[in-house]
Write a protein that binds this ligand. Structure first.
Ligand code: COA
Length: 223
């Protein structure tokens, strides 16, 4: 028997739901940073700077300093890709969770709560706004506290949402995630989602860092 249950969001979950969302995203900074560092537009100039001392163009100290500054800046840029989105969402749908998700038809927000009353994870549903997605439900804000991962909580949260979609006559569940969110992509694939699209970030910085989005879809079997 599981030691947690899934229930609808309550106002007392507000802070923990916002924290789970923010922390669950910003934790991908290091993977995004390592991915960016491997891109030719970034690693080639870094290597070029490191060869400058051999050509007697700058001192070794200067070359190391330049590379260090560039690498630190790159890490902050990778972090910014997440923090800018987090800040946007915290003042958008995550500002008044009850109003946004629980007072509108087709929207919902669930939490996984331990028998001791601790909120361990969250997930939200909303109607897709994509063209052609009139019968699609979008999955958002899936996050499980690090100390409770690997217990199947995300799977149960996703199935709760899929069930909600099925009951409402939706044909599919769709979502977008980012390449560094490896645990999430494994989870979606395990649940039967298929990747339908991949697209780069629209901003210049996102393009430079090769920050990419993956779109997944789960076709809800007809009852
Ligand atoms: C992605 C996330 C929600 C998974 O939560 P979880 O409760 O640990 O996931 P589950 O225990 O339900 O795992 C379900 C499946 O996902 C896959 N999975 C999850 N974490 C994994 C990991 N670290 N390594 C490999 N596979 C993993 C497995 O296939 C697993 O099934 P299995 O245990 O039967 O093999 C969690 O890691 C998280 O909150 N990450 C940060 C926020 C995030 O990226 N959210 C997604 C937004 S798009």
């Amino acid at each position: 028997m599981s030691d947690y249950s899934i229930r609808l969001y309550k106002d007392s979950d507000y802070q923990v739901a916002r924290d789970l969302f923010a922390e669950g995203l910003v934790e991908h900074t290091n993977i995004a940073f390592k991915h960016a560092l491997r891109q030719p537009q970034i690693c080639l100039p870094v290597m070029a700077v490191l060869t400058l001392p051999a050509l007697n163009l700058v001192s070794i100290t200067m070359a190391v300093l330049l590379v260090t500054v560039a690498v630190v800046a790159l890490w902050f840029c990778s972090r910014y890709m997440y923090t800018s989105y987090i800040n946007y969402c915290l003042s958008d749908d995550m500002l008044d969770i009850r109003k946004y998700y629980l007072q509108r038809d087709g929207y919902c927000f669930w939490v996984a709560e331990s028998t001791g009353g601790e909120v361990m994870g969250t997930v939200a549903a909303l109607p897709s706004t994509q063209p052609g997605g009139e019968k699609h439900l979008e999955l958002k804000r899936l996050s499980v506290a690090p100390e409770h991962r690997g217990k199947g909580i995300a799977k149960v949260l996703c199935r709760t949402l899929i069930d909600f979609g099925r009951k409402r006559g939706c044909e599919a569940v769709v979502l977008s995630t980012t390449v560094p969110q490896i645990n999430a992509t494994r989870l979606y694939e395990k649940l039967g989602f298929r990747q339908t699209q991949t697209f780069p970030h629209l901003g210049l910085l996102g393009k430079f860092l090769d920050f990419r989005f993956l779109v997944y879809q789960y076709d809800i079997p007809a009852a």
